[in-house]
Ligand binder design. Structure first.
Ligand SMILES: Nc1nc2c(ncn2[C@@H]2O[C@H](COP(=O)(O)OP(=O)(O)OP(=O)(O)O)[C@@H](O)[C@H]2O)c(=O)[nH]1
Ligand SMILES: [Mg+2]
Length: 347
């Protein structure tokens, strides 16, 4: 095993994330061995495939620029994504329009381009749709240094390639800003296809209620409250709702502030990976059986399959902690080379 050189005090959040990824990779390895040896009933194939996808995405994202936060503007056609993109970028980079749908290709605006190119390649943004804000030159813009903002095509038009692009990028972006409008904010296409299935990602979502200039003032609050209730009922209580008008600029400053916070905390990429791990981790619960010490549980799984555990399994006897959640001591242990670091862009 390659031992990585110690280069400074451990970053607890990153350490915890890498240990969770290690443990998930270990579970997948055991599950795959079950499949091969057919020694006992193993984890379901779809759970293993989903876990593999999480590991692959995490491995790829962690290898790419850690200085950038990828934020995607998503939503139905005509909700105002491109208009909002331009308002944030301070220039008309993505043409808005009245013909539906307008945006056919993903557009990107990057604040601080250095190191962003491989990330843009991974996201699949064509070179002619990449724009840069030279933050050092744009006064007042340096707070957004590290933001990589995407204007997505719509997910609800007749253009099937657009929906495929949204499906793909909603899995890759670190943060998603769902741009809804007063006419279609309850539209099933966004709630059933994205918001409800991804409710575990509530913390990396923001919902913008755009076009509030079209509503009488007293109706803005009603509409916002209604949308809030809807999101709460869908399990998205952690998702903020911002009333905005991309046309008049109302609320755009608040959205910019939220993005500044995300960029300066530089945590969105890790938070997204954590939410992805959560989304599959629950799937392993049904295999847990009676609560036993995690090390005993993993050891018996390993014995049944002949799998050799690469490291002692953490956890104290009697604890209900799942095997991949490590104690503080374990988290501080010197890391080996994680298996998910082997992931390649083509899988
Ligand atoms: N009144 C008003 N109109 C807006 C607002 N935001 C966008 N629009 C208008 O709505 C129309 C659609 O805006 P776009 O920005 O092209 O919408 P989009 O979501 O990018 O649409 P697609 O690219 O088709 O997905 C344009 O005519 C915009 O001028 C807003 O806040 N208020
Ligand atoms: Mg557009």
């Amino acid at each position: 095993m390659t031992v990585l050189p110690w280069i400074g005090p451990p970053q607890m959040a990153e350490q915890n994330l890498s240990h969770r990824l290690d443990a998930l990779a270990e579970l997948v390895k055991i599950g795959r061995l079950h499949e091969e040896t057919k020694t006992a009933a193993g984890f379901s194939k779809s759970l293993l495939d989903d876990s593999d996808a999480v590991l692959r995405r995490a491995g790829e994202r962690l290898r790419l620029s850690g200085n950038h936060t990828v934020v995607a503007l998503a939503g139905g056609t005509g909700s105002g994504k491109s208009t909002l993109f331009n308002a944030l970028a301070g220039a008309t980079f993505s043409q808005p329009g009245v013909t539906r749908p307008t945006t056919r290709h993903v557009h990107a605006c990057v604040w601080g381009m250095q190191g962003a190119a491989p990330l843009l390649d991974w996201l699949g943004v064509q070179r002619r749709h990449r724009y840069a804000r030279a933050s050092a030159l744009d006064s007042g813009e340096s707070a957004l240094d590290g933001l990589l903002l995407l204007d997505l095509p719509d997910h609800d038009s007749v253009v099937t390639a657009s929906m495929a692009a949204v499906d793909r990028l909603s899995k890759l972006a670190d943060m998603l800003v769902w741009v809804l409008d007063p006419q279609k904010y309850a539209d099933a296409s966004v709630h059933n296809r994205y918001l409800i299935p991804l409710a575990g990602h509530a913390a990396v979502f923001t919902v913008v209620l755009n076009q509030i200039d079209l509503l009488p003032e007293d109706q803005v609050k009603d509409c916002e409250n209604d949308l809030r209730r809807l999101l709460d009922a869908e399990g998205l209580a952690d998702t903020p709702v911002l009333p905005v008008s991309a046309r008049t600029g109302a609320g755009v400053e608040e959205l910019r502030e939220l993005l500044v916070e995300a960029v300066s905390a530089n945590r969105a990429a890790g938070d997204r990976i954590s939410a992805d791990i959560d989304s599959v981790a629950g799937g392993f619960d049904v295999y847990a059986g009676p609560q036993v010490a995690p090390d005993a549980a993993l050891a018996s799984l390993a014995a049944a399959t002949g799998y050799e555990l690469s490291a002692p399994v953490p956890g104290d006897a009697g604890s209900a902690r799942p095997p991949w959640e490590l104690s503080e001591d374990d988290a501080l242990a010197e890391p080996g080379r994680p298996p998910w670091e082997d992931a390649t862009p083509d899988g």
